[in-house]
Every structure is written in structure tokens, then in C-alpha cells.
Design a protein around this ligand. Structure first.
Ligand code: GAL
Length: 744
């Protein structure tokens, strides 16, 4: 039976690849590294994007385990940016173009059984014009290196290479499933015994079946019926099952297992339906980029992003702009009930025939990697915002439909009357620039006479870049734009939902962003700290899940142009709020549907019909504290005080996780906020924080950091040793703090 061995530890790396390095068994000048790995650690901003565009070399020495001698071996890479040439024991094994999809080679014939083996990977991280997304400008950075995991799988003669557990009759009481497997079979035999099993999360067997099967060209199709007692997967109850398939004869056996969910997902003319129930899609785009290490973040950090999107931002969909993202991220989306629109790599530019062939392979690689994820509801089979190309996109659509008949296709465009070859018209609608127009009518966009399944896949972004330390009024307008577009999407039954640009700020090329290699388009910054616009999304969730009450103000006399604090927007899902300025009258304020009639939870707007500026205190008059109390079902569920005179009071230091693992590279974020006496962030505080670490960890990035918008953060990573890492922080303003993380 198969055995998969992780190969993420103990690689040797040099950024200075020399011609012929693959011929050498020497490791002189190589550093020991673990995966995921970035070919260079970058500054947060103001760096040259060619800094990571070079050819590097990785080597991995290993022995074939005694009991595996004579077995076959598959070497698999989850993602190498962007062109990899792989050698085993100085022999060329194969290559892969494209940094976002997995690839593997059977390396059996190259192995030494009685001495050490060496895998050498030459990694070209330049923006090669022959590979998507490259060939023209793109608004993001792709970084470099072996930035995802590597594994080796030993098997004897039979290997289930891929499996698609395809749920069927999902909405009937008795469910069915098609098991579609591709096998590597080194035997003459094509007749096998197949056994399949479904287990619930407690490990109880829900369904079993076995039968004799025949392989046809290494493919197996195995249909099972009458599956009882299945609960459907839903965003509110993401129920997963463990599915097993075992194939065997008297001498050989292989088993594969996957996590699956039973659900139906369909974009229709009047919206998106999950298990036949209409769900309005509310989402943001995610780039998989982090400060300093770019894409090279391990499992826990990938999962954390999904958690932020679902549990903090309360979204129900994410678009993996503009490429297939980590399977850890997608696994987490399955577990927590976050829908996913996944797409192939690309940005506006379409290359030559060979380039298109790679893009079509990307469609196949993406789908074959990810087809078991119940969270994925749509395949993006166009190059983001590219021109129409009927031949190319007929092909990409056909590939997707043939591989996966259970999901619809989409393909993101940004201009009107683009030819619709997909099942869902997915449109980046940037019409809103603060004025009356918020979203275009779908018929205007499609140019079609009838309505079609339709979703908005981007808005805002470059139309109104906003930094976490921008002036209050800009941050308010940023937030209102997000609210307006969501409101319009909620109000138009022909729009399945809207996915905004974007969740997190990201590094980009010099042709985009703020000149410092950052696009400040996120509702959170690159460190995953919140801007005001974060609350445009968070506040749309039911208070049963999380009461939210965020006044869009830093509560100051003179931050806004011309002074004043009215109108005061409070983003909340509370039924009402009691608000008081100083010792003044307590006022009860309710949400007003006038301005945002369609949002589940429109903001409360406090204008001078509620409080006059005089009551609050005018320019040149007394300024006072603010107190807010939020009620749900007549119970106080959230309260907040804002001081008229905020002073730096406490240094909040929180680790996302206090226990990490030592077996593989693991990491977590340490988040810092400088708070005033009421626990509010001090947005304009300039602090320098010195970091130092002792024990079994390493700090990613510099050891002196500055606060931006009153916040800062960094990630620490493990070093394959158990024990404790203690991080000492020294703030220029607020003294020292220490935090410890255990590594087990
Ligand atoms: C879109 C593009 C995104 C990003 C965004 C900025 O055109 O698809 O990748 O560049 O603009 O608003």
C-alpha cells in the first residue's frame, strides 16, 4: 500500500544558481531551509520587484527507506514559482511551467537503493513571457521559490493517482455518488476488488459498498446508490464526510481518502442557490500574499486567512484572485463553510498558442486538484479581465465541463458585451466612483436580451485606494462605497452577489499601487489589521453570531475637513443604539433603511436631526467623551466608549496561536495594537517596536517595526525543534512586553 512521506524539511538552497549545478552532488554554499520557502525575504514595501526574479537552486538529499526498496516512487510538488526543472541523481526528470498548480514525476527509475539520492530543483522565478500570468503588466507580485509543499509517495504496483468523489442525487433522501478514479497500474490485471466507505466526522461508517471492477485505460468509474443519513453541506452547517476508496487484488492494494460534502450549487437567472435555497453572495477577493515572505506561508496561516474571511468579515464567498490557492486554504473553506470561486492564473494578457496551452493545462490541473472541495462552486476559466477570444475560451470551457459536469463555469471580464461562453457571466463592475451610479444593469453589461446567471466579481479597488492610516473621511467614504455596492447587489435579484476588491492590501508592481509596491485596496492591511471598511462586511452578519457596533470615527474635534463629527455612521447589526456625548442627553437611535434599503443591516446614521453639532460640541467649544451601547432584543450586547482625550495607555500583543508544531514549518501572527485608555486604537501614533526572540523560533522580516494606523504585526515561524519561543517586544512609547509560544 502507498506511503506518503512529507519532504518539507531539510532542503538545501542557494539563491545563486550556477550553470551546471544540477550535475553536482555538492552542497557547498547552500543554506539549510524548510518548505514553504521564499527565494528571498523582501522588505514590506519600497523594494524592487526584480529582487525575487532570479534563478535559484534547491537540493534534497534522501535515502529510500529499507522497506520501500523495489517500490515505485512519485515525487510531487504543490507549487513552485514559476518554472521548475527537476533532476534526480543528476538526471533530468521533468519540468513544469506555472507557479500555481501541482505537478509530479515518477522517479523510480532514477533512484539509488543503496546510497543517498539527491533531488535538484532549478527554480526560475523570473516573469517568463511564455507562462501565465506573465507576458505583460500584472497588478500583483508572484514572488519565487518552492513556496508550497513537496512529498514522495511510494507504492508497489497499483496507485490511485486521483479521485473524484462526485455526489449525486444530492437533494433526494437517498443520495448517490460517482467515484471516478485514475490509476497507475503496473500489472497486466485490470480486474480488481473495490471497496468504498463514507464516514461522518465522528468516524461512524455511514455507507459501505464493495464489488468487482474493471479498469479501462487506468480509469475506474464506480457508481453507488442508496446512501442514507447524509446531512447536506451548507455555509451555515458545513458538514463533511470522509470518503475512502480501496482497490485491491491478492497481491496489491491502494487506498485513497478525501473530505467531501453533499450539496447542490447553482447560479440561476434569479440568483445563486445552495441546496435549492437562495443565498445572496457577499464576498471579497483574496491574494495569497504576506509581508516579507510573499506566498510562502504554511498551513496554519493559510487557514487563518479563511477564518478571518468567514469568522471576522462574515463573508460567505471568496474569489481566489487570480490563481488556484493553497489547498490548506481551500480545505479550511470546506470546514468552515466559505464558498469559493477559483480561477486560473492570469491578468488581462493572453499569450501565444503555447501560452494558451499552458492556460488550458492550468484549467485541468486546477480542477483535478480541487474537484472534491464542496466549497468550490464555480470554476474561473478565463484570464482575468482579458479580451474575448472565442477559440481559446471555448476550449477552456469545454475542458472544465468535461472534467467536472457538477460545477458551472465563469470567467471574469471588465468590459461590456463580452461574449458569454461560460455558464455564469462574471463581471468586474467598477462603475461606482462615489456618485449615483453604483452597479450596472446586467443587460447593459452582457448586451443580451435575456437575463443570465450573473455575479459581480470586483468593485472599488483602484477606484478608491485607502490606507489604514488615511484620514477619517477617506476611510468613511471607502466604507460607504463598499456598502453602496453591496446594497445595490442585494437589491437586484438578477445579481447573485458581489465580491469586492479586496480583502487584504497586497504587494504589486511599480505600474500599480502607491509607488511603494503596495496596492492599498484591502478592507484590511497586509498584516490583516482592520480598516473602517472591514465593518461594512462584518456588520452584515446576524447579531446572534456576533454583535457588531463600529462608529466610523476616531472621535476627534479636528480630523475631518472643517472640523465636526457629523454625520456619524455606526456600522452595526444591533436593533438600536443608545448614544451619549459627555453628560448630555442619552439618545436612542435606530437603523435607517432610507439610504441602504437592501442591506441586511444598514448603518445607523447620526445626523443633525439626532445630535446637533452644538450638542456634540462645535469647533472652539468644549469637546466630550462618547458612549455607545448596542442592544439586540432589548438586551445590551455591545458597548464602546471613546475618549475626548485619547492617550497611549496599553500595548496589546496577541498571538493568533499559542501552540505551534515542530514537525514541519509552522507559523503564526503576532498582532500589536496601541490602545488608549478606552481600548481604542490610536490611529496616528508613531511607535517603533524592537523585537527579539529566544528559543525555538524565528521572526519573519525585520527586528524593528513601526506602527501604521496604530497597529503592527509580524509572523514567527518554527525551526523543527520542540520547546518554547519567547518573543520580547519593546515599544518606544509603552515599554516592554513578552509573549511565549510553545512548539510541540
Ligand atoms: C482589477 C483587477 C485586479 C486589481 C483591481 C484593482 O481590474 O482585476 O487584479 O488590479 O483591478 O482595483
Amino acid at each position: 500500500m502507498r506511503q506518503t512521506i512529507s519532504c518539507n524539511n531539510n532542503w538545501f538552497y542557494t539563491p545563486a544558481y550556477k550553470e551546471g549545478e544540477e550535475e553536482s552532488l555538492l552542497l557547498d554554499g547552500f543554506d539549510k531551509v524548510n518548505l514553504p520557502h521564499t527565494n528571498i525575504e523582501l522588505p514590506y514595501n519600497y523594494f524592487d520587484e526584480t529582487d525575487f526574479q532570479f534563478v535559484s537552486c534547491y537540493k534534497y538529499p534522501f535515502y529510500v527507506p529499507e522497506e520501500k526498496k523495489g517500490d515505485n516512487c512519485i515525487l510531487r510538488f504543490e507549487g513552485v514559482m514559476s518554472y521548475a526543472k527537476v533532476y534526480v541523481n543528476q538526471q533530468f526528470v521533468g519540468e513544469h511551467k506555472g507557479g500555481y498548480t501541482p505537478f509530479q514525476f515518477d522517479i523510480t527509475q532514477y533512484l539509488f537503493l543503496h546510497k543517498e539520492n539527491l533531488v535538484t530543483v532549478v527554480v526560475d522565478s523570473t516573469e517568463r513571457k511564455d507562462t501565465p500570468p506573465f507576458g505583460h503588466l500584472i497588478d500583483y507580485l508572484t514572488y519565487g521559490g518552492i513556496y508550497r509543499g513537496v512529498s514522495m509517495t511510494y507504492y508497489s504496483q497499483l496507485y490511485i493517482d486521483n479521485i473524484f468523489f462526485q455526489p449525486k442525487k444530492v437533494l433526494e433522501t437517498d443520495k448517490a455518488m460517482r467515484i471516478q478514479a485514475s490509476l497507475i497500474n503496473h500489472k497486466e490485471n485490470n480486474k480488481y476488488h473495490a471497496y468504498c466507505r463514507l464516514e461522518d466526522k465522528k468516524g461512524h461508517v455511514i455507507y459501505e459498498d464493495q464489488r468487482e471492477v474493471n479498469l479501462h485505460n487506468g480509469e475506474l468509474i464506480y457508481d453507488v446508490e442508496g446512501i442514507k443519513g447524509i446531512d447536506l453541506w451548507h455555509v451555515d452547517s458545513p458538514i463533511l464526510y470522509r470518503a475512502y476508496l480501496e482497490i485491491s487484488d491478492e497481491e496489491s492494494k491502494d487506498v485513497i481518502e478525501r473530505s467531501i460534502g453533499f450539496r447542490s450549487a447553482e447560479f440561476k437567472v434569479d440568483g445563486f442557490y445552495l441546496n435549492n435555497e437562495k443565498v445572496q453572495l457577499r464576498g471579497l477577493n483574496r491574494h495569497q500574499a504576506y509581508p516579507y515572505v510573499g506566498y510562502a506561508m504554511p498551513k496554519r496561516v493559510q487557514e487563518k486567512d479563511a477564518d478571518i474571511l468567514k469568522d471576522e468579515l462574515h463573508l460567505n464567498i471568496v474569489r481566489t484572485s487570480h490563481y488556484p490557492q493553497s489547498t490548506y486554504f481551500l480545505d479550511r473553506c470546506d470546514e468552515i463553510g466559505l464558498l469559493v470561486f477559483e480561477e486560473i492564473p492570469g491578468w488581462q494578457h493572453i499569450g501565444d498558442e503555447a501560452w494558451r496551452d499552458i492556460a488550458c493545462s492550468n484549467v485541468e490541473e486546477m480542477i483535478r486538484r480541487d474537484w472534491n472541495h464542496p466549497s468550490i462552486i464555480l470554476w474561473g476559466v478565463r484570464i482575468n479581465e482579458s479580451q474575448d477570444d472565442d477559440a481559446f475560451y471555448s476550449r477552456s470551457n469545454a475542458i472544465a465541463r468535461e472534467l467536472d459536469p457538477t460545477r458551472q463555469t465563469g470567467g471574469v471580464r471588465c468590459f461590456e458585451k463580452s461574449r458569454m461562453l461560460e455558464d455564469v457571466f462574471t463581471m468586474n463592475d467598477f462603475i461606482h466612483s462615489g456618485g449615483e451610479e453604483v452597479l450596472r444593469d446586467q443587460k447593459q453589461v452582457t448586451g443580451l436580451e435575456q437575463n443570465v446567471p450573473y455575479m459581480v466579481t470586483e468593485y472599488n479597488g483602484h477606484m478608491f485606494p485607502t490606507k489604514i492610516f488615511d484620514q477619517e473621511e477617506r476611510q468613511i467614504e471607502h466604507t460607504l462605497r463598499h456598502l453602496r455596492v453591496q446594497d445595490a447587489a442585494y437589491g437586484d435579484p438578477t445579481i447573485s452577489g458581489a465580491i469586492g476588491w479586496c480583502a487584504f492590501d497586497y504587494n504589486t508592481h511599480d505600474g500599480f499601487g502607491s509607488g511603494d509596491r503596495i496596492c492599498y485596496h484591502g478592507v484590511m492591511d497586509m498584516f490583516r489589521h482592520r480598516k473602517f471598511a472591514f465593518y461594512a462586511y462584518a456588520s452584515q452578519e446576524s447579531p446572534e453570531i456576533e454583535p457588531i457596533m463600529m462608529p466610523l470615527t476616531i472621535w476627534s474635534r479636528g480630523e475631518r475637513d472643517q472640523g465636526g463629527s457629523i454625520p456619524l455612521y455606526i456600522l452595526t447589526n444591533c436593533d438600536y443604539i443608545d448614544i451619549q456625548c459627555g453628560e448630555g442627553l442619552l439618545k436612542r437611535v435606530y437603523a435607517n433603511k432610507d439610504k441602504f434599503p437592501h442591506l441586511p443591516y444598514p448603518p445607523i446614521v447620526i445626523d443633525d436631526t439626532v445630535f446637533t453639532q452644538e450638542e456634540i460640541g462645535e469647533w472652539g467649544h468644549v469637546w466630550q467623551d462618547l458612549a455607545l451601547s448596542g442592544y439586540y432584543k432589548d438586551e445590551l450586547v455591545i458597548s464602546k466608549k471613546m475618549s475626548k482625550n485619547p492617550i497611549p495607555t496599553s500595548l496589546e500583543v496577541i498571538a493568533d496561536h499559542t501552540q505551534l508544531i515542530a514537525t514541519e514549518k509552522d507559523a503564526t501572527r503576532i498582532s500589536i495594537r496601541l490602545l488608549d485608555q478606552c481600548g481604542n486604537v490610536l490611529p496616528f501614533v508613531d511607535d517603533i517596536i524592537s523585537l527579539c526572540i529566544e528559543g525555538v523560533g524565528r521572526i519573519q522580516g525585520p527586528d524593528k517595526i513601526v506602527t501604521r494606523g496604530g497597529t503592527a504585526a509580524f509572523w514567527v515561524e518554527t525551526l523543527n525543534q520542540t520547546g518554547v519561543m519567547t518573543i520580547m517586544l519593546e515599544s518606544m512609547l509603552l515599554g516592554k512586553k513578552e509573549i511565549s509560544i510553545t512548539v510541540v
